[in-house]
Design a protein around this ligand. Structure first.
Ligand code: 5GP
Ligand code: MN
Length: 340
């Protein structure tokens, strides 16, 4: 793998050896890949004798993916424990940022990370990494997930991938590829194969990831597909998950995961957007088929980015649109102009 050059491996190894207090950080609203990669990184550092290690995230993850975290790893969520997460970050002499391409993707943690004198390492698979801010960068979009990239880095370092760390990595890769449906490379199957051969129970993992939801999620998915789906000429689909709908279905963080992919199962649909209303903005998820760039749409109209066919961003109420009711018109105009 091109990103894993030997000199970077030596540099990363040296930074870890010198570090006394390591903060392992992932992106805002962490998904399975951010949790899996960060947990595996922290577990590996602990098993290599580092005493002061913690994961820090800006927000508490959804219940359905919290199982990826390990009881062995200290974890601070800034939305719950701002003081503790800030104090840990201030004292860290090494920061390892995973599954995001820049500090702004950590939102509330951004000012602390930018001001931190710690040495910094980036391990990521998104487009446009902010390489100038890091001492060592492992970044390539030619890999399924940050979890997979970390697996190959650990292998290149010749550090043991313990069963708990491997389980976290397999979880992260599985969620990011939507169980081998997207962004899969030959190396992804090799990683999965090696981890299964090492004894990781993939069936148990799949049960936890895909068959542990609450009933309300299935009902919401049905409602949104029946009542909420709008399909525009040109093959663009979008859904608005308003606050009112979220309250009606008692929706919690992470429970709309996967909904944005559903419209792409329609032959004529090449672009799918899900807008989830939050405080002062909509969180926007975008998925596309090959040949249409979700990333370009996210960047041009939603202050975001991500991967070519899976991106995200935001639509701000008060600046981009006057009120939440204007979201549909904004999306329809954006799509018209994007497809011109
Ligand atoms: P999701 O739709 O699952 O939230 O995100 C899909 C992809 O888009 C992920 O790779 C994620 O990192 C990226 N993404 C989501 N939200 C944002 C955002 O606000 N800004 C940027 N730059 N990327 C985002
Ligand atoms: Mn990822």
């Amino acid at each position: 793998m091109d990103s894993i050059r030997q000199e970077r491996i030596f540099q990363f190894d040296a930074l870890v050896q010198c570090a006394a207090k390591v903060a392992v950080v992932g992106h805002t609203h962490p998904d399975g890949d951010a949790l899996g990669a960060a947990t595996a990184m922290a577990l590996t550092l602990l098993s290599r004798g580092k005493k002061e290690v913690a994961c820090v995230f800006s927000d508490t993850p959804g219940e359905n993916i919290r199982f990826i975290l390990s009881p062995e790893v200290r974890c601070y969520f800034h939305d719950r424990e701002a003081e503790k997460s800030e104090s840990f970050l201030r004292g860290a002499d090494l920061v390892i940022l995973l599954d995001c391409n820049a500090f702004d993707r950590t939102e509330a943690l951004q000012p602390l990370l930018e001001a931190s004198p710690a040495r910094k390492v980036l391990i990521d698979h998104h487009l446009n990494p902010d390489t100038a801010r890091f001492d060592v960068v492992f970044s390539t979009p030619e890999v399924s997930s940050a979890s997979e990239l970390l697996y190959w880095i650990l292998r290149a370092l010749d550090w043991e991938v313990t069963l708990p760390a491997g389980t976290a990595l397999l979880s992260g890769m599985t969620t990011d590829t939507n169980n081998f449906a997207n962004s899969v490379f030959p190396s992804t199957f090799r990683m999965a194969s090696e981890l299964m051969a090492a004894g990781i129970d993939r069936d148990a993992l799949l049960q936890k990831i895909y068959n542990g939801y609450r009933e309300n999620r299935v009902r919401l998915m049905g409602y949104m597909q029946y009542e909420g789906l709008r399909i525009l000429p040109g093959g663009c689909a979008y859904m608005l998950l308003t606050r009112e709908i979220q309250q009606r279905f008692d929706l919690r963080e992470g429970e709309a995961e996967g909904l944005v992919n559903v419209p792409l199962t329609i032959g004529d649909v090449r672009l799918s957007l899900l807008l989830k209303e939050d405080r002062g903005h909509f969180r926007v998820s975008i998925r596309s088929k090959k040949g249409t760039s979700a990333q370009a749409l996210a960047q041009r109209f939603f202050h975001g980015g991500g991967h070519e066919n899976a991106s995200g961003g935001k639509l701000f109420i008060g600046t981009d649109i006057a009120s939440a009711e204007d979201a549909a018109a904004y999306v329809e105009n954006a799509l018209k102009s994007f497809l011109k």
